[in-house]
Design a protein around this ligand. Structure first.
Ligand code: ADP
Ligand code: MG
Length: 339
């Protein structure tokens, strides 16, 4: 495919190229990209969050298709808005574009951004575009709207709350390990990557979902979490964030942690423990939340949500109840599962 150097376009034409396909979908967007600033009109509280992704630190272009990267950069930010129990509405996108990029590469990245905007019904309302000497840099800021009664902080967990999680955990991590293994084989021995049959774990790593469907489910079944976070660092770190901010302890039940069988299979192939992947892997973007004990019957009959533990007094500590029945202290990282 023809590769057009960015210098052929110049800054203004490049920004035009980046922003020309924007379709606004939200009533709260009065003015999107194109002026000096966007103008938004909210009737309620505004949630705002930002994340930076740097080449070589957060992503590797050897095995990350640009379209997927654009999609994921948006989705991980939407996930933070969603973890406040808020519906995402707008994003801002700032790019530091590496010298080796062509116009076509930027377009491919933007296709992913647009796809995520369309799927999650958020408006790209502005950003900044500059050149970078040190690889591709992406910064996304996401906004959302939420009523006072709906807000879910990390600090709301109460004694005896049930700890719940959506979906399954650990798949994104084993997906990444697979990509790293294949990259290593290619670099060292020139062996072509063999990724066949690993669609689920690869999709979890390369094209994650933000669980906006779970927010809708909460509304439908009339469930309001006391505390919530999205699983970006790993179950262990993320439940510790809830416990620390809520000044609580917890027990997680190892045998209840949802792990897909394809994650188990890959963990076995890589000689790593699947529970360790779920606890310390991260990038699952599932919702981890606590609900009052009274919601037990309701949650139990909801297949999308798994009860994986309970909140205790802080003095009881923060522990994993292993399959054998013993308690092991949860650590933010580097915790080793020896069984
Ligand atoms: P300024 O010089 O005022 O910073 P720019 O020339 O950087 O304006 O940007 C022009 C318009 O294009 C602004 O509305 C800005 O928000 C938008 N824009 C620039 N880069 C991006 C981008 N990467 N994604 C979305 N909108 C962008
Ligand atoms: Mg600018």
């Amino acid at each position: 495919m023809k590769q057009t150097p960015i210098s052929e376009l110049g800054e203004f034409a490049l920004i035009k190229e980046i922003t020309q396909h924007i379709k606004l979908q939200n009533a709260s967007t009065l003015k999107g990209a194109g002026d000096d600033a966007a103008v938004l009109k909210f009737g309620d509280n505004v949630v705002v969050t930002t994340d930076m992704l740097l080449e070589g630190i957060h992503f590797d272009l050897m095995y990350t298709p640009l379209k997927h990267l654009g999609y994921k950069a948006v989705v991980v930010n939407l996930s933070d808005v969603i973890a406040m129990n808020a519906m995402p509405t707008q994003i801002l996108l700032s790019l530091g574009i590496d010298k080796r990029f062509s116009v076509e590469m930027v377009e491919e990245f933007m296709q992913g951004v647009y796809l995520a905007c369309e799927e999650y019904k958020v408006d790209l309302v502005g950003g900044d575009t500059t050149s970078s000497l040190t690889g591709f840099c992406i910064s996304v800021t996401a906004l959302g709207e939420i009523g006072d009664d709906e807000l879910c902080y990390r600090n709301g967990a109460k004694v005896n709350d049930l700890i719940c999680v959506s979906g399954d955990l650990g798949a994104a991590y084993v997906g990444l390990q697979l990509l790293e293994r294949e990259k290593g084989l290619f670099e060292k021995e020139g062996i072509q990557p063999d990724l066949a049959g690993h669609d689920y774990i690869l999709e979890r790593q390369l094209k994650p979902k933000a669980r906006v469907d779970i927010l809708k489910l909460f509304k439908k079944i009339n469930l309001k979490p006391n505390a919530m976070i999205d699983v970006s660092d790993g179950l262990s770190s993320d439940i510790l964030h809830i416990c620390e901010q809520s000044k609580m302890g917890c027990v997680l039940y190892e045998d209840k942690i949802p792990i897909d069988y394809t994650t188990y299979n890959m963990a076995e192939e890589l000689s790593i423990n699947a529970t360790t992947c779920a606890l310390n892997g991260g990038e699952d973007y599932e919702l981890l939340f606590t609900v009052p004990l009274e919601a037990h019957a309701l949650v139990e009959k909801t297949p999308e949500i798994h009860i994986i533990g309970h909140i205790t007094e802080e003095s009881k500590g923060r522990n994993l109840q292993t399959r054998g029945g013993g308690l092991t202290e949860l650590k933010a990282q580097g915790w080793n599962f020896s069984n």
